[in-house]
Design a protein around this ligand. Structure first.
Ligand SMILES: [Zn+2]
Length: 213
């Protein structure tokens, strides 16, 4: 499974999740034109787009994508807030499938209407991704995770928390500076699945903003 960032910031978020069979878009918080350009004009190859919540930096192109025939998944609350009536509705803890991906949405904690995070398992390669953004907490355990993509501060304390994530699996606590530092998505690929060998590396999704660790 591959997790790639097209855009990641409060100006717009869009990510690609793919395995050898299926390609999906996670979030569409940039313009349709930008999406086209950044994805190499390959939007027709995406099976679907999944949107976490209604804020524009995550959902800007929803109408354009639906209008062009892409299946776009979101919660009922998100669809209501966006005033979209042709989205595919999903619910927390109700698994759905897109191509070779089994996807379980889970509730996140944000000032939005029914925001969701996603646990995505590839039936093609067995890898499992947890994706959570704009949430002050995660109250879940994600067994068997191989890729973790969470929003985090570029703050040393936060990075230390993130680095020890496998042993603290399920919780990322806001740091005192949580609101004062720009948040970005970081992606961690878990090298060892065993909790006893919980070593992994963190791959910032925006190399230009890589912090000095
Ligand atoms: Zn938001």
């Amino acid at each position: 499974m591959k997790f790639e960032s097209l855009a990641s910031s409060s100006h717009g978020n869009a990510y690609i999740v793919s395995d050898r069979d299926t390609r999906i878009l996670l979030e569409c918080g940039i313009s349709y034109k930008q999406l086209q350009k950044l994805s190499g004009f390959s939007l027709s190859e995406f099976k679907a787009c999944i949107v976490s919540h209604e804020h524009k930096d995550h959902a800007k192109s929803v109408e354009d994508l639906i209008g062009r025939g892409m299946e776009v998944y979101m919660s009922y609350g998100t669809a209501q807030a966006l005033e979209v009536d042709s989205a595919s509705l999903i619910e927390s803890m109700e698994q759905f499938n897109v191509g070779s991906f089994d996807i379980v949405p889970f509730a996140t904690f944000h000032d939005a209407s029914e925001p969701l995070g996603f646990l995505i398992k590839s039936r093609a390669d067995g890898e499992v991704l947890a994706f959570a953004t704009d949430t002050v907490n995660l109250r879940y355990k994600f067994p068997g995770l191989t890729i973790l993509a969470i929003e985090a501060n570029y703050d040393k304390t936060c990075w230390i928390v993130a680095r020890s994530f496998p042993t603290r699996c399920g919780t990322v606590s806001p740091t005192p500076t949580w609101r004062s530092i720009p948040c970005v998505i970081i992606c961690a690929r878990l090298i060892y699945r065993s909790a006893a060998r919980s070593i992994f590396y963190i791959c910032p999704m925006q190399p230009a903003e890589r912090p000095n660790l």
